[in-house]
Design a protein around this ligand. Structure first.
Ligand SMILES: Nc1ncnc2c1ncn2[C@@H]1O[C@H](COP(=O)(O)OP(=O)(O)OP(=O)(O)O)[C@@H](O)[C@H]1O
Ligand SMILES: [Mg+2]
Length: 229
């Protein structure tokens, strides 16, 4: 299949990814990055924010519920991503959020929108949506909140990537996966040499002719690289 690339696309800059999705995402896309433990969700999502600010001059917000900001910065330096200096330059905002209960969830949404406003951000990462929504008590809250987040970000033209942690062997199909415009998946598997490997597949991306193959990935010196095969 030959994928036609478009110059109007929002480039991720993640090595090997853009050619698989017609050159990038569409502005306002809401994409979930689903994967089991240690499959590279955090590294991938940091690359999305880092590349935005560093390569494409698009400001971004990175909100984590999972890791301490200082350890995140130190870990990402190993992949050549200096998040701290981009933060000092006012190009990105790193936020450490807590999964709050009940009304606190709406407050978190407000906090995110405020932060996007502060840095004039056009891209948002939430790592992870699983933790973010863990404060939702009822199924109704959860679904309502998901629709609200989706509509608000879409209206503002914010291109969003949220990670979702899935237990081994689960596809984790929740309401968020039906709402999202895109579903990217990272999966661990054991190859014939008994090595633990990770592969990547695009399950869906609305409005885009995308690869439907599994692609091997590597944790390379500059972060995750996605291979053709
Ligand atoms: N410096 C490094 N060089 C190569 N690979 C690394 C390096 N640091 C981490 N890794 C790999 O990256 C994995 C962690 O990536 P990451 O934190 O992005 O995964 P994750 O999916 O977010 O995990 P979690 O489920 O814990 O949130 C490690 O398990 C390891 O395999
Ligand atoms: Mg993580």
């Amino acid at each position: 299949m030959v994928l036609v690339e478009s110059s109007l696309r929002i480039k991720t800059g993640i090595s090997g990814l853009d050619p698989l999705i017609q050159g990038g995402l569409q502005q306002g896309d809401f994409v979930l990055l689903v994967g089991g433990i240690g499959t590279g969700k955090t590294i991938f999502s940091c690359q999305f924010v880092y590349n935005a600010a560093k390569l494409y001059n698009e400001h971004a917000v990175y909100a984590t519920f999972e890791e301490d900001i200082n350890s995140l910065k130190t870990n990402m330096l190993q992949f050549g991503m200096d998040l701290g200096s981009l933060e000092k330059e006012g190009k990105i905002k790193l936020m450490d959020l807590e999964a709050l209960e009940g009304g606190g969830m709406g407050a978190n949404v407000e906090t995110l929108l405020g932060a996007l406003d502060d840095v004039k951000g056009k891209r948002l990462v939430v790592d992870s949506l699983t933790a973010f929504l863990s404060g939702a008590q009822e199924k109704f809250d959860y679904s309502f909140l998901m629709h609200l987040i989706y509509k608000t970000l879409k209206r503002e033209g914010i291109t969003t990537l949220m990670t979702v942690s899935t237990p081994q062997g689960s596809n984790g199909l929740g309401v968020e996966e039906f709402i999202a415009d895109g579903l990217f998946q990272l999966e661990s598997y054991v190859n014939e040499h008994m090595e633990l490997k990770t592969r990547f597949i695009i399950r869906k991306l609305r409005g885009t002719e995308h690869s439907r193959k599994y692609h091997n990935i590597a944790f390379a010196p500059n972060g995750i690289e996605i291979y053709k095969w």
